[in-house]
Design a protein around this ligand. Sequence first.
Ligand code: AMP
Ligand code: MG
Length: 492
Amino acid sequence: MSESKISPPASASGPSGWNLEHSYARLPAMLHEHLDPTPVREPRMVVFNHALAESLGLNSAALAERPALFAGNELPEGAEPLAQAYAGHQYGNFTGLGDGRAILLGEQVTPKGERYDVQLKGSGPTPFSRRGDGRAALGPMLREHIISEAMHALGIPTTRSLAVVTTGEKVFRQEVQPGAVLTRIAASHIRVGTFEWAAAHGDRDALRALTDHTLRRHYPDRATAEVPGLALLEGVMERQTALIAQWQCVGFIHGVMNTDNMALSGETIDYGPCAFMDAFDPATVFSSIDRHGRYAYGNQPEIAQWNLARLAEALLPLLHGDEKQAVELANAAIKGFKTVFERQWLAGMRAKLGLFTEEAADRALIESLLVWMRGQKADFTNTFRQLHPAETAPQADPAFGAWHGRWQSRLMLQPQSADEVLQRMRAHNPAVIPRNHKVEEALAAAVEHGDLGVMQRLLEVLARPYDHAVDRPEYSTPSGLGPGAYQTFCGT
Ligand code: AMP
Ligand code: MG
């Protein structure tokens, strides 16, 4: 029997497919503020993610025609809008934050039973706006759309973008920009900072409820653990090490790894001044405000560990009745970070080099390639992409030739054929990443000229990053502009 014509099972959802639930809204009141988005003048759809809409069980054709829903001018059936409360360590300093320009509409439960937050970003002021206008600009929202979709296609856990609409209003940043609202889809928006908020208020009940909620939602296997706080910490550490290892393996630099930008689900969240590295250098920073390079490429693992230590601190009251013993449990867990991360990173780098087996010297082999790349300012993505197990190294560079010989000898130690090696490498080394100048070009065309074609073509290429069959030099050649030259649209 053909399966393709079977109509989807009837569900409680309406014709648009909304099936919103509100488990977060049922958590203690100190974790949220209920309010509606602020309507905008003239909502216009700029991008609508049909594939994502379908996977959420939404009627994509119908919703693509309803920009008002994605601007906050109208609400989907069953929405219970709220702003989430959270705190955060920003560049190392603790502050109370909260959704200053975002509104959670609810949790869409998909036909498969998965639960995703639907959040409007740029939807107007909230009690947490401080001195901000509650709004977002078109350039940065399209940037989030492009990079998050690229990350998804690369197979890296990430929030996604369902729609970007313009508001018909202006926002004032360094310059005047068209206003926009992005609809963000996330496994949840629970952050390290959400736990810091509950802990800073000394609200043990809220902390416990939040812990149980997060375990049920993201770590159901751990939900019945004897010490839920510890089970959560270990679960988050496992996912975050895996995530950061994936970032390192594609040269992704998040840019603002504040604790409010680290999700308990293990997804990449909050695309601000992020970018992919071209020339390999661990000191690479793209954010113009990150003067000391706190969030440089090479620091990302250590910062993740630092952030997890803040999570552990917040969870202390749940770890043990005796504070000293609680601290010991937390320290023991956090100390494990480096080992777990190393394992994840090595696995990722072995795959990039086509290694199936494990040898003690693998780490040194990988390190010496990275040292060579750094010395040569070699392009991170293209160096891996151009490695070929069955070809000899170019004669021109004896240092690289020597490394290549070591690599080929290493390949001989495993039973797999050159073809199998090549397949593995192609599955782990992207042919294309969102090159900074291509992203800028797409944003300039969209924002300055209302031309979305450049971005659409870029999105199509980025949707198949492991497609090595066609060479697309236009998309795979680095611009030659260093990070210093690439800071436009990094604002929000
Ligand atoms: P971010 O740098 O995007 O992670 O944001 C840090 C904090 O600032 C969060 O609490 C945001 O909600 C808030 N925020 C950022 N931009 C604005 C804005 N334009 N208006 C109000 N709050 C904002
Ligand atoms: Mg943030």
